[in-house]
Design a protein around this ligand. Structure first.
Ligand code: GAR
Length: 210
């Protein structure tokens, strides 16, 4: 059985959605750098073990990443899912879990990496926005893209309405990417992801008119 660890920093809706999806794996740990993350309670309610590795108690990134890596290694994960995890992971951390770490980001990468992606989308007046699941590399929100979902931006949209619409799409695409990964359908070549044909989702770009 595939062992999956989820890293969160906040409310944990993606984590909860992943755990509730029919993913062929066992969620062995939900870990957070934020002791107050609402998702920790959600995980406990679903009977999943939790851990807190508070970055504020470490004097530098290296020490935090090492402590996090050691905690995760106790569980021998096949896959690590970042779900609203707001820390950049170092090369040293990622080299211990090579090509086993996925992230979801609330924009159509490479547009709007980093924080406040919905605010940035509104500011730039984009007509199409969305979310991306990608492999994690040491560069912020820049790893090979697995799947994206796009939504139209309406003139009346604000940050809040966009966040809500995009989150619905996040909950659709993250389980799809995780299943592809666990079914060994993903190959990375020249920093690009190729998906072995899937009868349900032949395209990497899903477009939902919401
Ligand atoms: C989600 O929108 C996720 O894409 C975003 O944080 C939110 C977490 O919500 N992640 C990032 O911005 C990472 N760069 P959740 O805790 O309810 O899943």
């Amino acid at each position: 059985m595939n062992k999956i660890v989820v890293l969160i920093s906040g409310r944990g809706s993606n984590m909860e959605n992943l755990v509730s999806s029919d993913i062929p794996g066992k969620f062995v740990l939900v870990a957070s750098n934020n002791p107050h993350a609402g998702g920790l309670k959600r995980a406990k309610n679903m009977g999943i073990r939790t851990a807190i590795i508070d970055h504020k108690t470490y004097s530098n990134r290296q020490d935090f990443d090492l402590a996090l890596a050691k905690k995760l290694e106790e569980y021998e994960p096949d896959l690590i899912l970042l779900a609203g995890f707001m820390r950049v992971l170092s090369k040293q951390f990622l080299s211990r879990f090579e090509n086993k770490v996925l992230n979801i980001h609330p924009s159509l990468l490479p547009a709007f990496p980093g924080q406040h992606s919905h605010k940035q989308a509104i500011k730039k007046g984009v007509r199409i926005h969305g979310c991306t699941v990608h492999f994690v590399t040491p560069s912020l929100d820049a790893g090979p893209i697995i799947v994206q979902s796009a939504i139209p931006v309406n003139p009346k949209d604000d940050e809040e309405s966009l966040a809500k619409k995009v989150l619905e799409q996040e909950h659709q695409i993250y389980p799809i990417a995780v299943k592809w990964f666990l079914e060994k359908k993903l190959r990375i070549k020249d920093d690009k992801v190729f998906v072995d044909e899937d009868p349900k989702f032949s395209s990497l770009l899903l477009f939902r008119d919401t």
